[in-house]
Write a protein that binds this ligand. Structure first.
Ligand SMILES: [Zn+2]
Length: 492
């Protein structure tokens, strides 16, 4: 076999193992009885271990080296991804991997207890240990780079702390200005009780309508909505229905459809190259947020679903206007996962600022709760009453997912720039969305994003599609136009 054939077979096997882990994880969250937990843990640990062996296999490094300089552009991109992944896995000592896994298990347990008791001090020692281990891991990977830069590579390769710092600072100031201008609140909650059986029909119609393929996927229920790409031809999404909140459940489904359609659109001819994957977490999130927010909270989309809801709930059919006001209700709150589109980024920026300071040695773990509360008061004008609704609200740090949070706001920034480019290319798109026709919107994303998979890193992909652009201005323009419009104010 040639190096290319050997590499391709090896990489396909790695993808198969990831798919096996995907099925196990999907089943764990959707169908598995509680008694299956221990066995499932053993199954996932074994599959992960085999995947780790495949990833660190010295032959993988040799094939990558042998194919260096190939004139196949997609393969070149794939080799860059594989090299990055292989080298990271090889450089981290296996004792450090084991210690981190144990610290994560302990961290999760302590975080649950601390959150229940609303007492950060119960989680602080675990968090300190996780920060120390993440620092050691980053130094093992690359002793010459700043720790937080190395951590970011896991989620958004090609993005740096310096670029995030300057973009997020401008976005923060611009968002605070917008919030001031709209008087802190616009829109109005929809309210009402919505029969869940009919919601299921509704979500199914919306998912199919916007282009999520049920031939290559499924929509199921889970406690927390997620998407899992099991393999080419099988990309599943989950959602959660709320009897007293029609729009939160819907936005969850539309969000996961965005993730799912991205994965469904990755071309099969890239399999085995190392490029048949999403370009980054941030770009993944741009796809989900574009559908959830730009499309799913638009007047055109609200007009389309108003027709559907009129048929499903004839006795309580909401108007398109009521749906629009409900979808765009903005009001600062303490909890990130319930945040509206305007304040959401402030929640992320607080977390980014604190994480960055923590890994730069400018902030200690013990000082986190006070620093958190100060930032919420300054940026959102509200302060948590206790640690559970403050610094302890998210699970991420208990699993050592440091550097993950920025991908949410990167997603919003990418979505704004891509959305602007799309509207330039598709002048009739809003008329089509209003009629429930999504083919040209999805087609544009397929051509410009999905089919490019991970041939380029996300920053290069977005720069190529959007040309000269300023993502912060693109996002602020978009937010001002929608929310300034609702409040009757425009950007000064
Ligand atoms: Zn998402």
């Amino acid at each position: 076999m040639t190096a290319r054939e050997s590499l391709s077979a090896h990489v396909r096997e790695m993808r198969t193992l990831e798919g096996i882990l995907g099925v196990l994880g999907w089943d764990q969250q959707v169908l598995m009885p509680p008694g299956g937990a221990a066995v499932r843990g053993a199954q996932m640990a074994l599959a992960s271990q085999i995947l780790h062996e495949r990833t660190t296999d010295p032959r993988l490094g040799e094939w990558i080296a042998a194919l260096d300089g190939t004139d196949d552009g997609a393969l070149r991109g794939g080799l860059r991804n594989l090299k990055r992944r292989h080298e990271r896995a090889v450089r981290i000592p296996s004792e450090l991997v084991g210690e981190t896994a144990m610290a994560q298990a302990q961290g999760f347990e302590d975080w649950v207890k601390a959150k229940e008791a609303a007492d950060f001090s119960l989680f602080a020692p675990s968090l300190q240990r996780l920060v120390d281990l993440a620092t050691q891991t980053a130094k093992a990977i690359d002793p010459d780079r700043a720790v937080y830069d190395v951590l970011l590579d896991d989620y958004d390769p090609g993005t740096t702390t310096a670029s995030l710092k300057s973009m997020f600072a401008r976005l923060r100031d611009g968002t605070v200005e917008l919030l001031d201008a709209i008087g802190g609140e616009v829109g109005e909650p929809l309210g009402g009780k919505w029969d869940v059986e009919r919601q299921k029909l509704f979500h199914d119609k919306v998912a199919r309508g916007i282009g999520y393929s049920m031939e290559q996927g499924r929509l199921d229920e889970a406690e927390h909505p997620f998407t899992v790409g099991i393999g080419h031809g099988d990309v599943r999404i989950t959602t959660h229905y709320y009897e007293d909140d029609l729009l939160t459940g819907l936005s969850g489904t539309v969000h996961e459809c965005g993730h799912g359609m991205y994965e469904q659109g990755i071309p099969s001819d890239l399999l085995g190259t190392g490029a048949a994957e999403a370009a980054s977490m941030g770009l993944h999130e741009s796809q989900s947020r574009f559908w959830e927010n730009t499309i799913g909270r638009s007047e055109a989309f609200c007009g389309w679903i108003a027709g559907m809801l009129g048929e499903l709930y004839p006795e309580q059919a909401p108007s398109a206007r009521a749906l629009y006001l409900g979808s765009n209700h903005v009001k600062p709150g303490l909890i990130r996962v319930y945040a509206d589109e305007v304040t959401y980024n402030l929640h992320i920026i607080v977390r980014f600022e604190l994480e960055r300071a923590l890994f730069a040695g400018e902030l200690s773990v013990a000082d986190l709760p006070a620093a958190w509360n100060d930032r919420y008061r300054e940026l959102l004008g509200i302060e948590p009453g206790n640690d559970a609704e403050g610094v302890l609200q998210d699970v991420h740090w208990s699993g050592a997912a440091f550097g993950y949070f920025p991908s949410y706001t990167l997603g919003n920034l990418y979505a704004a720039s891509l959305g602007k480019a799309m509207q330039r290319d598709l002048p009739n798109m809003w008329d089509e969305v209003g009629k429930g026709e999504f083919g040209s919107v999805l087609g544009w994303l397929r051509t410009n994003v999905h089919e490019r998979a991970h041939i380029e890193d996300a920053p290069q992909l977005v720069a190529r599609v959007c040309g000269e652009h300023d993502p912060v201005e693109d996002l602020l323009d978009y937010l001002w136009s929608r929310y300034g419009g609702l409040a009757g104010v425009s950007r000064g």
